[in-house]
Design a protein around this ligand. Structure first.
Ligand SMILES: Cc1ncc(COP(=O)(O)O)c(C=O)c1O
Length: 372
């Protein structure tokens, strides 16, 4: 995991955003597969304002790692979890009276005012309050002794299209909800709506904070977002740098005669005598089985086709055309080797998914190494 790439992506956002807009780094799903602790510590060093997580377990992991940054919990918490993990610097995104009750009880026990962010559903129809309920909910939170520290929403389809009519409709609803909340409880410190795509494309969505996930790690959220940028600017002005490389060592070299069936299901028969590199990783580590007979890995800077089925913990790659490969050599499953690069986007396309899923499903058990 390249700390330099993270830093570069962060400073790229700092250059794009309104100067007064703070940055929340979304580090859920093990920091999109990059390693929660590594990324959180890098964010701390880079002066990120807040970390965004999904679950109570992630709060516990961060605090255990000694990360004292404010954390925003964006997912569901039970009352018991509120009681276990919420401290003065844990902000909770709330849209239910149960969560307010649990926070108020926790605040009384700790003898502090706890920060809550009002979650407004402006059109995703997933989580959050109807905009018309936001003011009343904020007033109730204040009456219960909580600090209404934020108001937030999330876009529904900003990455899926170059037509952002719906996103702007959501923004309009959000502005109204923020006005209602501020009318009922006064000025709110953290107003936030933008994910990576919005932060890349629209200054209108900056408010006082943005929540950046995928692009912090150096990836465009989608082709449509990239195209939207090009349509708006007429040029490629954003150089996101992928932070993650996934490498494995060649565990074994296996000569296989022409025509011999390879792997489970006998799905591949080489048309010539072949040398296979046996890589000790598989779908249990997050390398999708859908990549069987489709993807490539890089060895000595050259592409080696993945052949046969991807197994639970083995991938086979054809290295016949790559001279000098020996056991113990490094194979790159994601990332650059010499002039070549296998991107998360390439694997996502081949596996019928999105770059987010390729990254987020990398097994937390794989060792993460910080690189410059
Ligand atoms: C509520 C919320 N905010 C922000 C993000 C970050 O989105 P992105 O990774 O597209 O920047 C996510 C990611 O799923 C999210 O759920």
């Amino acid at each position: 995991m390249s700390l330099g790439a993270l830093t570069q992506n962060l400073s790229l956002f700092r250059g794009l955003l309104n100067p007064e807009t703070a940055l929340l780094a979304v580090v859920k799903a093990n920091a999109y597969g990059h390693g929660l602790e590594l990324v959180a510590k890098a964010c701390l060093a880079e002066g990120v304002t807040m970390l965004g997580v999904h679950s109570a377990e992630e709060v516990t992991a961060l605090r255990k790692a000694g990360v004292r940054l404010p954390i925003l919990v964006m997912g569901y918490l039970t009352a018991a979890q509120v009681d276990q993990v919420v401290d003065r610097d844990v902000h909770v995104l709330a849209s239910s009276s149960e969560v307010l009750d649990a926070l108020a009880a926790r605040a009384r026990r700790l003898g502090v005012r706890l920060p809550v962010h009002v979650k407004v559903d402006t059109g995703t129809h997933r989580q959050g309050l109807d905009p018309a309920e936001a003011g009343g909910f904020a007033a109730a939170a204040k009456r219960m002794g909580l600090e209404v520290a934020g108001v937030a929403t999330h876009f529904a389809n900003i990455e899926d299209t170059t037509d952002h009519t719906y996103a702007f409709l959501q923004l309009e609803r959000f502005r109204n909800a923020v006005a209602a909340v501020e009318a009922s409880v006064g000025r709110v410190r953290w107003v936030h709506a933008a994910c990576s795509a919005a932060a890349l494309l629209f200054r209108e969505a900056d408010f006082s904070m943005v929540r950046i996930g995928i692009s912090l790690y150096g990836h465009w959220p989608s082709k449509e977002t990239y195209l939207s940028w090009l349509l708006a600017h007429g040029r490629d002005g954003v150089k996101l740098q992928p932070a993650l490389a996934w490498r494995a060592r060649v565990g074994q070299l296996r000569p296989v005669p022409r025509g011999a069936p390879i792997g489970y299901g006998l799905t591949y028969r080489p048309t010539r005598d072949t040398t296979l590199a046996v890589l000790p990783v598989g779908y249990a580590d997050g390398y999708p089985r859908a990549l069987s007979n489709r993807a490539r890995v890089l060895v000595h800077g050259r592409p080696a086709p993945v052949v046969g089925r991807v197994c639970m913990d083995i991938v086979l790659a054809d290295v016949t055309d790559i001279p000098g490969v020996v056991e113990g050599d490094v194979a790159t499953l994601i990332g650059a080797d010499g002039e070549e690069r296998v991107s998360a986007e390439e694997l996502a396309e081949l596996a019928g998914t999105i770059n987010y899923e390729i990254l987020a499903r990398l097994s937390p058990a794989l060792p993460r190494i910080a690189a410059e």
